[in-house]
Design a protein around this ligand. Structure first.
Ligand code: ZN
Length: 431
């Protein structure tokens, strides 16, 4: 059966072509934008084309943040302009006042340094968070996890001591000119100061400038803004279960992306792989015992409202969700699956390893399922995440380089077939 699933997935896959259309015809698609609305229409059509028994839209209100047209940062050394630093506003950041903010720079790598510097060292300054991904940490996600607090909480941590803005080193291993955006949060008890990501090359330039000893200032100008929430949708497709139609298995990814690049790896890949898993099972004539749903979640990047709405609706309609599998770690060559468990269930899943060995996907490890299926997990659903190789993911993550061309056809297809195979095995499982 698993051989049949992979044979179908490696010969008649639709996922790569679907990804091309999503990336090139719809483009990037931040929540609340006109392109996110187009992505919903596209997703609904593409879901129907998988052969799903039903495909429907699930309404959800989502945040609406706009970058605007201005994102500039000028470096000033000893009062002289030394050109531009490459920056991108972080998602959720307020903009700068008209004319921008000009202030001296203070570089830190740890939040504890803020406490040491205190108000005397930080008031009226722009804080530059420059903690790099540790090269000795092998997992890209572990490296990300050890640095992303700067991006998420840096603005409010700095504002607590009177800083007027923050620049955050991009979340990537790569040394390149592309700033990587991503979500940030304000502590509402503190002033909301503007926050931007700075490319790793510009971070190096700024760091080297500070080492010279002359006064270093930057002029930051951001026109981003937060607007009222707007209506949007999750896209759902379903193969009806033959034995337990009101018990569900979910395979999903998120339909929204950041507002740069094309959201190809993050998470166009997960979107098209989830639909492909459904298509494969239908195409080989599989009659599932439980209902199997592919879900394209809206708003993972800056709110996860689609995730919480899906779980709330499942609860409200008494839809028992047994298992959920998410693909949101890029469309790279799949290595296996993360199981969000550390005990007997993980062990039981690890017994499936030999079935995935012929496809290079036998790493079945304890780990995070995914942001979009997280709320289902709180209601008892067993969670899984597709685990691709992580070395190149953060070259593209939330940056203008996350485009269709960065995704490899066979790697994408292998992941989709592996997801279909796991869903099949879970559907057959008798607990
Ligand atoms: Zn993602």
């Amino acid at each position: 059966m698993i051989r049949r699933i992979f044979d179908e997935g490696m010969t008649r896959a639709q996922c790569y072509e679907n990804l091309r259309v999503l990336c090139k015809d719809v483009g990037h698609r931040i929540s609340g934008s006109p392109s996110a609305a187009r992505a919903v229409v596209w997703g609904h059509q593409a879901m129907k084309a998988t052969g799903a028994d039903t495909a429907f839209l699930q309404p959800v209100m989502v945040p609406h943040w706009e970058r605007g047209s201005v994102g500039l940062c000028e470096l000033l050394i000893g009062g002289q302009s030394r050109g531009r630093l490459e920056v991108l506003a972080l998602g959720g950041s307020d903009g700068t006042p008209d004319g921008g903010i000009e202030a001296p720079i203070v570089e830190v790598s740890r939040f504890t340094q803020l406490d040491t510097l205190g108000k005397a060292g930080l008031e009226g300054k722009i804080v530059f968070f420059n903690r790099a991904f540790p090269p000795t940490t092998i997992s890209g996600f572990a490296a990300y996890g050890s640095c992303v607090d700067q991006r998420v909480d840096g603005a409010s941590k700095a504002a607590a001591y009177g800083a007027v803005a923050v620049l955050v080193r991009s979340m990537t291993h790569a040394l390149d000119p592309y700033p990587h955006t991503g979500v940030m949060h304000y502590d509402e008890k503190l002033p909301r100061v503007p926050a931007a990501a700075i490319s790793t090359l510009s971070a190096r330039k700024l760091h080297d400038s500070l080492a010279v000893g002359k006064p270093v200032r930057v002029r930051l100008n951001l026109s981003c803004r937060n607007l009222p929430d707007v209506p949007s949708h999750n896209v759902v497709g379903e193969l009806r279960g033959t034995e337990f139609p009101n018990e569900y298995l979910v395979v999903g990814g998120h339909l929204d992306s950041w507002d740069i690049g094309e959201g190809a790896h993050d998470d166009g890949a997960g979107v098209v792989q989830s639909m492909e898993a459904l298509r494969i099972l239908k195409a080989i004539g599989y009659k599932p015992r439980h209902s199997i749903r592919a879900v394209l979640f809206m708003n993972e990047e800056n709110g996860a409202k689609g995730a919480s709405e899906y779980a709330a609706q499942a609860k409200a309609h008494n839809e028992r969700h047994l298992y959920a599998l998410e693909s949101d770690r890029g469309g790279f060559v799949p290595r296996g699956f993360a199981v969000q468990d550390t005990g007997a269930f993980l062990k039981a899943m690890q017994e499936l390893k030999p079935l995935f060995e012929p496809y290079g996907m036998s790493e079945i490890v304890s780990g995070h399922g995914g942001v979009d299926i997280g709320p289902l997990g709180k209601d008892g659903t067993r969670l899984f995440g597709l685990v691709p190789d992580s070395q190149r993911y953060f070259d593209h993550h939330h940056a203008q380089t996350d485009v269709f061309e960065a995704v490899h056809k066979r790697e994408l297809e292998l992941g989709a077939a592996g997801m279909a195979a796991l869903i099949y095995l879970l559907d057959q499982r008798k607990e």
